[in-house]
Design a protein around this ligand. Sequence first.
Ligand SMILES: [Zn+2]
Length: 295
Amino acid sequence: MIAVDEAPYPLGMPEGDTIHRAAAALRRGLLGRELTRVELPRLRPPLPAIGASIQRIEARGKHLLIGSSDGLIVHTHLRMTGSWHLYRPGEPWRKSARAARVVLGVDTATAVCFSAPIVEVLDRRALRRHPTLRALGPDLCDPTADLDEATARLGRLIEGARTIGEALLDQRVACGVGNVYRCDVLFLHGLHPATPVRAVEVTTRRSLLATSAELLQANLDGEMRTTVPGSPAGTLWVHGRRGEPCRRCGTPIEIDRLGEHARYVYWCPVCQPGPTEASVRPPAPPAPGAGGGDA
Ligand SMILES: [Zn+2]
C-alpha cells in the first residue's frame, strides 16, 4: 500500500510536493490501464466509464487531476483531511470504506481517495473554465516554473496591509507552497511572517519564491520533508518546533496564528525580528529586469 497521507494537526494540509508524489505513485499504478471499478459515491453522472483508460494524472499545486479516455477528469483537493491510497488487488484498506470519496480500480491496483473535501468530475471545457484552477499561479514543484510571473503576481495581489506570511500561501501567486515551506523560507530570509508585503523588496520576494521552489523540488522524491541541507530526513528549520532552540541562535521558536484562516506560523524572534517602522517603509523601485509587477 502506498499512502499519501494527511499530515496530523497542526502540521496542516499536504503541500505541493505531497500531491506531486501522489500523482507519481498513481501514474505508476493506473496510467494507461482500463478502469474496472469506478465509485464516486457523492456525485451524479457523468462519471468515468468502466472500460475507459486512464490517460493523464497530473498535480497542479495541491490539486490532483485524473483524466480518462472518455474525456472526463476527476479533480480532488485534499485540504487538511484527505489522503490518497494505492492498494494491490485484495489488499485490505487502511481506512473505513465509508470515508472513500473516489475509488478507481484497474486490474492491477485500486486507488482510493479518503475524506477529500473537494471531489468533482469535469469535462475538458469545464476544466479549462474552472475558476480555481484557472487562477493558480506557476507551480513551484515544476523546474520550469516562471518565477518572474509569480513575483509579478505577488505584487499584484497585495491587498491593504497583507503580510508576506499570508501572501506566500496564496495559490494565485504560486502554487505548491504550504505552511511548512512558508515558515521555513521566511526563516531562511530573516523575515518575520507578519511583515507587510509592501515592506519586502521585489528582489527578496523573488528570492522567497525561488527558495520555495528549490525546497519543494528537493522534496519530490523523499519520504520525509527536509528543509535543512545535510541533516537527517525530516529536519526543519522552524516549522513544528515551538519552544525548541533555533538552529542558528538557540532562542526558543515561537508560534502564533496569522491571517484570515488563522494558520499557525513559527518563527525565531531573534533571527526574524518583528517588522519595525524602518522596515515598513515603501521598498525602493525594482531594478530593470528584477521581476517587476510591483504596481
Ligand atoms: Zn534564531
